[in-house]
Write a protein that binds this ligand. Structure first.
Ligand code: HEC
Length: 162
């Protein structure tokens, strides 16, 4: 009798082990699969060339634009316009590149506020102007797509006054 109950306990234990291992197996697999899918969805779809251009754009922004348009792109009230949701930037992007190259005295944006001082020319090459505009088009909450060098081929870089 003692032997039988011992056998029964062992059987129950073995059964319990089988049940738990079977139960956790597939669940674990599903979790892993979900993590993989999430990683793929977050990966930016960007070529190396674009990634290099965006890094250059960020560098130019920090060196040249941040002082006026601020670290978050919001500018300063009545002094420097916000770039976040800017109609001029998002919908007249070629003109925005032109403004970065030639300044807002030569390429004014249709503005409702009169700013105390114009925006001086910022970039010396179209490559730099396109890189920084692509950076601001896709940062600070903007989702403005991309502009290419071909799009701005017709822009003439004006001689600087200084
Ligand atoms: C010295 C301050 C200053 C610097 C530096 C500066 N900006 Fe500006 N920016 C302005 C002012 C002022 C305006 C408004 C110009 C106007 O239309 O009269 C402006 C306007 C703009 C606009 C148009 C926004 C709109 O909705 O009218 C864009 C785009 C822009 N700047 C991008 C840049 C980028 C990119 C850089 C850096 C490469 C830069 N700015 C550097 C002062 C500056």
């Amino acid at each position: 009798m003692k032997r039988i109950s011992l056998l029964l306990v062992m059987l129950l234990a073995a059964f319990g082990w089988i049940i738990t291992s079977c139960g956790s197996g597939p669940q674990k697999q599903t979790q892993e699969a979900e993590t993989v899918v999430q990683d793929e969805a977050e990966a930016p779809v960007m070529t190396d060339e674009m990634a290099i251009m965006m890094a250059r754009g960020e560098q130019i922004y920090k060196e040249k634009c941040l002082a006026c348009h601020q670290a978050n792109g919001h500018g300063l009230p009545n002094a420097f316009p916000t770039l976040v949701g800017s109609d001029f930037l998002l919908n007249q992007t070629v003109m925005a590149v032109s403004q970065v190259l030639n300044g807002s005295e030569k390429v004014p944006s249709p503005k409702t506020i009169k700013y105390p001082a114009p925006m001086p020319p910022q970039a010396d090459t179209k490559e730099d102007a396109v890189a920084v505009i692509n950076y601001v088009l896709n940062n600070f909450g903007n989702d403005g797509g991309y502009i290419t060098l071909d799009d701005v081929a017709h822009i003439v870089i004006e001689p600087r006054d200084i």
